[in-house]
Every structure is written in C-alpha cells, then in structure tokens.
Write a protein of this length. Structure first.
Lengths: 479, 176
C-alpha cells in the first residue's frame, strides 16, 4: 500500500510540475492591500455590569501576584490601594457604559508569480492588529497594548489550471469559510456574524457565535480543485489547533500548551478554544466540501455540502493514565444560495458533534444543530440585508472532570443535562461612497438561554438567559 | 477507513485533471472570506492594492488596452469625443496632442446663433476627468457675430456625453 501510495504521489507530482503547454514566466509581484474600519457601537447587554465578585472563567489565568496587590491594613483598618482597584483579579466588580468606539485594521501582503511552465504561485500574509482581546498587564508599568501586531492568516499557494490549487499555511478550510454557500453576510458588518463582538463583553457568554470562519485558521494543508461542469471541491488536513512558527510550549516542561500534545493534564478544560492563545483539544482535523455553482434562467446558484471531523487530545493524569473524554468533532454542513437582480437569499444547516464554538464535546453530550438563513439586496451603491441563526447545543456539560490524588474523577453535572439555545439576528446596510469605501449601519441581537443554569455568575440570582444587542454605525475602507 | 480516505485523496485530483473545456482554475477571489466580510470589499479583488515590488502586469494590460496604437491619448475617449462632436464640421483633430477643434456650426432652425467646440483628451487613462470640452457661442446682432455666454452646464453635459459614449465603446470591445 505504502509503495503504491508513494508511486502515485510521484506520478501526480511529475504531472503537476511538467504540464504539456508552455506559458510565459512572470516575475513575482508584491502587493500591499488591507482594510481599516472605525465604528461607533451602542451596546445593550444583560450581563454588562458585574455586581457580584465571582471566580475566573475557565482557561483564564489570574493576574500575577505583583498586580493583584492586597489592600493595606493600616491600624487595623483595611484600606484599598490604587493598585488593588485596577480590576484584573477575581473578586472585583465594574459598571460599563453602553457607548464605545472600535477601530481595526489589517495590512495584507500578496505575492504572486508564475513559473515558465504555467504554474502560478504566491503567498498571502495578513497582518492584523487585534491579537489581544484584553489588556495584558504583566506588572505595573509593563503591559502589552491591545493593538499589538499579529498574523491573522498566512499561507503559500501553488496553482495549476489542470490540477487546482494547494494552499499550505494558517488559513480557513473548505468548510470553515472558503467554500460555504448560503451564509449571507455581505451587508452591514455581516449581521449576526459581523463585528458585533468588538463591543460585547464575555460575561454572560453571549458573545461567541459559530460562524464558518470560527472554525479557525490553524495551520493546515488545503487542496482546492479546478472547477469542472460547475463543480469544485476542497479538502484540508491539520494536525492540531496550533498556528504559527513555534511549539507553543509555555515552559521547559512539555504541557498541554504545546501545539502537538495529544494527551495532557487538564485537557477537559479545552473543549472550547481558550480565549487568546489558539489552543484547543482538536487534533487531526480534516475538512471536505463539494460545491456547485451555475445559473438557471438567469438566477445564480451556489450549493455546498461539507464535513469537518477531528479527533481530540486525551486527558492524561499525573500518574500517567491516559483517558479519552471527548467525542470526535464531526459536523455535516449543507447550504445553498440564489442570486438574481441584486437579491441574494441563502440558508445553511449544520448538524453533528460539536459544542457551541466548534469544539469537541464531552462524551455523552448531545449533538449540535444549527440553522442559518439570510438575504441581502443590492441596488446601486446600497446593500441592505438581514440574517438569522438558531442553534441548539449541549449546555453545561453532563460531566465535570477533576483530579483527586492524581486520579481523574468524573462527576455528573448536578444540574443534569441542559439544552442550550442560541438565537441571533442582524439587520444592516451599507452605502458605498467610493470603490472600497463604505458607510455601514447595523443592528444585531444574540441571545443564549439554558433553563436553570446561571449563565452570569457575576450578578446575583440565577440568570438563565442572556442577551446582547449592538447597534453599529461606522465606516470601512478596503484597499 | 484510512485506506479509503487515502485512495479518495489520490483519486480526486486525478479525476479533476481529466476535465477538458469545461474545466477552469478557480480564482482566489471565488473563495469565501469570513473575516466579517471586510476584505471582500476590495475594489478589484486579488489585483487590488499597490504593487511595491515587481511589474504590475494587470495595470500594464489595462493601460495598453486603453492606449490602443498610434494614439498618445486614451483611444476610447478619443473615439468618443470624435463621435460626440461629429454633428459639427471638424476644423482640426490632433490625436497626439489630444485636441479636437470644430468649425462654427449653426443648428437648423436657429439662424441667429452658432456654436463651436474645443475638446481636450487629457491622458492615457479612461477616467472621468480625462476629457475637457469647451463650447463657444456667438449670436447675430445687427449683422455681426457677437460672443455670447454659454450656459455653464453645457460644457459638463458635453463631457458627460463623451464619457457615456466612451463607456459604451469600452463595453463593446470588452464583450468581443
């Protein structure tokens, strides 16, 4: 088998590198492009203020001891210091305004060239400036700003009209953004999948959506076929959830933070990707999608079916006992859209084992179902549209894992299995002032609900429903 | 299962290679971009942006197409200007300097006024400010032609006509 496989690969390689036709070689060009956007946002969020000190969320580290300075005790009286009010540790509360501005930009570098035998090749490097969601305060007078430069996506590609395209690098997969149909987001900032997250806080859990791009741009190798008879397909593979150059290990001792770890202590915390470092238990991820595009009676049609699957890292006890606690990720996706006379309508349905953020669910947890529908209408420089998403997914997992004396213990969730519902919609529009320059306005709302579960422990009482509504008005320039 | 997957992974590209006239390379612009739809608004897709290294072939091609041959001004604008002003007798046309000057012309039924136009095609690019039209008007008063003002909108209306015609010509040649 192995010999046959290698032989076939060699034949494919030879055919790929030596096409029968000749084409002029083109020296590579380097282009600079990108976007800038600035928005005003008005946010109404049920979990915007924190009134009850609560513990830190999963996967977030407490501030260093240097920052979380204790109050001073002067003559038997406790006096809070300025530093103790900075608000980075657990146990502090805050009230937030509804108004804010948000800016963001990316600078994209495009390299394109063509070899003498007709292969086009190149690379795309997208430099972003939103690496950090929160302020990273290492110690007093030593902090990293929120506008630190980082990489959104970068990959190299090689393409031939005969054999299609191979992309290799940090990039979305065929199911995770490249080939989807029916996900209508071409109005406003994208409606419910738009830039609303720039204004919504994580408290109350109603910030994250399961958009195609949320599947992640972990380092992968992607094959994208040529289009024949309207059909094209794509497939991708990634070893893990990691991106970028280095190993990801945070110290001299290998740990779960290392990209290539496949079993580690504390894996149960990472079914949902950690906020910040691109870190999750997803391993050996593969995606496949088949797309058809064509037109019938003047109506442009696009239909996509796809699947994403992956394994998961295992829990490894300090006593070196390995145990599988996650289900494999496996989500089917089908979507379709139609366009005529400026009107585009589309819908997408997804079903499979996943939690609310494209993560591996715990064993025994229910599958995810998600329905998305959207429509947009473009007339002259104006585009208006709306979209809607509805998801049902496992809520608080049925099982909690912990260690007692180095032995993994599974505790059934005392609240029992809860169904979480996530509902959102967005309506918006944009007016094109000039090519690439838009004024955008948008309203979106996203609600999560899970009967009996307190979604917002930072406020008193049990709040089993949490909503964030965002109005955005701003401008966007693509160049 | 793994063996089947490997077989599929090898077979599909080979199958894809068996296409013929119905096969084409999918452009990079045709893949979705779900970073909130932002980069999709790039004005010209993958050929947008500033070339900082290498030769901009797209731009060269665009300019070559616009320039045509033997003209030092934009061919579409030049042709469009000639077409638009063709109802008047032509006094001179210089395709290298980009100037078109007509002779005096009296519209039928307006015996006491006459018009003359000068047009300048300003460059190789097909752009809205690439043509300038100046219309002159004289009226007959007591047996003599006297210069008279032209409505300010006339010049820009003529320019608009030229631009519309240029667009027409360009779309015709693009469709070919």
């Amino acid at each position: 088998m192995r010999k046959i496989l290698l032989g076939t690969t060699a034949v494919v390689g030879a055919a790929l590198l030596a096409p029968s036709f000749a084409a002029a070689q083109e020296a590579p060009t380097v282009r600079i492009g990108g976007f800038f956007r600035a928005y005003y946002g008005y946010t109404q969020q049920s979990a915007r203020n924190s009134t009850t000190p609560s513990g830190l969320a999963n996967n977030t580290a407490g501030a260093t001891a240097n920052l979380a300075q204790s109050s001073l005790t002067v003559g038997g009286t406790t006096v809070p210091t300025t530093e103790s009010n900075v608000g980075a540790g657990a146990g502090e509360v805050a009230r937030l305004s509804k108004n804010d501005f948000s800016t963001d930009a990316e600078v994209h570098v495009f390299v394109n060239g063509k070899t003498a035998n007709g292969l086009s090749y190149g690379a795309v490097i997208e430099i972003a400036f939103n690496q950090q969601e929160g302020r990273n305060i290492v110690q007093q007078r030593a902090s990293t700003g929120k506008t630190t430069a980082s990489i959104d996506e970068y990959y190299a590609f090689i393409a031939s009209p005969t054999f299609g395209q191979i992309r290799f690098g940090d990039e979305d997969g065929p199911v995770g953004g490249l080939m989807n149909s029916g996900v209508i987001t071409n109005f406003g900032t994208g409606g419910v999948y738009g830039d609303r997250e720039s204004f919504v806080t994580r408290q109350g859990n109603d910030r994250t959506t399961t958009s195609p791009g949320g599947l992640g741009d972990n380092t992968k190798i992607i094959y994208l076929s040529p289009q024949f008879f309207g059909f094209d397909f794509g497939a991708s593979f990634a070893f893990n959830y990691g991106v970028g150059e280095d190993t990801g290990c945070s110290s001299n001792q290998s740990s779960g933070w290392c990209d290539s770890s496949y079993a580690f202590t504390g894996a149960s915390n990472f079914g949902i990707a950690a906020a910040g470092p691109e870190m999750s238990v997803r391993r050996n991820e593969y995606q496949g999608a088949l797309r058809w595009r064509g037109s019938l009676a003047g109506v442009g049609l696009s239909v996509t079916g796809g699947y994403v699957g992956s394994g998961a890292a295992k829990e490894l006890s300090p006593l070196n006992v390995q145990r599988s606690i996650f289900q494999p990720l496996g989500v089917w996706q089908v979507g379709a859209q139609a366009t005529a006379y400026g009107l585009t309508v589309g819908a997408q349905y997804e079903h499979g084992t996943s939690n609310f953020f494209w993560g591996n669910p715990m064993k025994g947890d229910r599958p995810m179902d998600q329905f998305f529908a959207g429509a947009s209408y473009t007339v002259g420089p104006i585009t208006v549209g709306g979209n809607y998403v509805m998801q049902t997914v496992e809520g608080a997992s049925r099982t909690a894992y912990g260690y007692t004396g180095g032995v993994l213990t599974a505790t059934p969730n005392p609240a029992g299995a809860g169904l979480m519902r996530r509902l959102g919609y967005g309506i918006g529009g944009n007016y094109r002032l000039a090519p690439g320059l838009d004024i955008v306005a948008e309203y979106s709302s996203y609600t999560i609900a899970e009967r009996g579960r307190d979604l917002d422990p930072s406020n008193p009482g049990v709040q089993d429903r949490s909503t964030a509504k965002v109005f955005i008005l701003g401008t966007r320039l693509a160049f | 299962m793994k063996r089947h997957l490997a077989a599929v992974a090898i077979l599909l590209p080979l199958l894809a290679a068996c296409g013929d006239a119905n096969q084409r390379l999918v452009n990079n612009d045709e893949y979705g971009d779900y970073r909130n739809g932002r980069a999709r608004n790039r004005p010209q897709g993958a050929s947008a942006g500033l070339v900082v290294f290498g030769v901009d072939k797209d731009r060269e091609a665009r300019e070559a197409a616009a320039a045509g041959t033997g003209l030092s001004v934009n061919a579409y604008l030049w042709r469009a200007t000639l077409d638009t002003l063709s109802f008047m007798p032509l006094a001179s046309a210089d395709p290298f300097g980009g100037t078109i000057i007509t002779d005096w012309y009296t519209p039928p039924g307006a015996g006491s006024e006459r018009f003359r136009a000068q047009a300048y095609v300003l460059g190789r690019q097909l752009r809205s400010d690439g043509v300038r039209v100046q219309v002159f008007r004289q009226t007959m008063e007591r047996g003599q032609w006297i210069d008279s003002p032209v409505s300010t909108a006339t010049n820009s209306e003529m320019e608009d006509k030229v631009l519309a015609r240029a667009r027409e010509l360009r779309s015709q040649s693009a469709a070919r």
